[in-house]
Design a protein. Sequence first.
Length: 296
Amino acid sequence: MSAEVLDGKRIAKEIQAEIKQRVATFVETHHFAPALAAVLVGDDPASQVYVRNKERACERAGIKSQLHRMPADSTTDEVLEKVRQLNEDPEVSGILVQLPLPREVDTQVVLDAVSPLKDVDAFHPRNVGLISQGRPQFLPCTPHGIIQMLKRYQIHTQGKNVVIVGRSDIVGKPMALMLANRDIGLGPEMANATVTICHSQTSDLGAVTQQADILIAAIGQPKFITGDMVKLGAVVVDVGINRTDDGLVGDVDYNDVVPVASYVTPVPGGVGPLTVTMLLENTLSAAGLQLAAVGS
Ligand code: NDP
């Protein structure tokens, strides 16, 4: 067996073209463009690249973008003040606080301060609660991107054993919640999975991952998932982005897994482009939600 590559770049382009069309219709109807405000604290090089990519993607889709740079020694109160200003600004549809924040800034307090109606990352406890109840307002970008990619390759999750390695609030946990629900708005075939979440304390990890029809790795350890951990014919989704001396690598040992899996995502060009794309989707829907909230 040689796995088929899940081409995230191609799928992202396809979805971005659809979003661009919907943004154009929105602008025609409401006479303003949705806008994404990014808050970038400090000068972490990877964060600068991520924010720049998001700005470019916004431009391509006809979404306005604003970048609010703050010095690395900003206090929690200063970042909170910025978030409050953006919450109040009627020209801002969505707010993105680029993570990681400097250690001195209380990340949880800042994320909790983002208005749930502008929370395009879906990190606010209200939005997390709504996802958990199966009636999401926003879907978190990386897990949503993964489901969109599977859907467009006609890989359904209903009834499948899905094993997720990693339990972060950004990827692992929301991914598990979305797939374990009956339907989170993407069709029952793209939910209804039997989900197992693994983490650093999981015993005999390989025996658990071997049970997966769909294996999702969000660990942050280069080439951690090897071929012997994968069931023959499984679908393997690699969320990891690790900077190594050999360049960017995922959490999956790609060459080792290709002979075993039926489908696999590459790094780069797999999940990453979809994460950015779903941010555009959420910014557009945030603009719509705010219009609905003021009753126009
Ligand atoms: P976190 O560091 O927040 O979480 C990592 C998770 O992996 C934790 O739950 C941890 O377990 C688990 N883990 C770590 N080591 C092991 C191990 N040896 N065995 C089993 N589980 C382990 O990472 P994120 O979820 O934020 O990110 C994961 C990766 O995905 C990173 O490489 C990140 O850069 C990338 N990423 C990519 C995105 C994209 O768009 N492609 C978007 C977001 C992230 P425990 O909880 O016990 O510590």
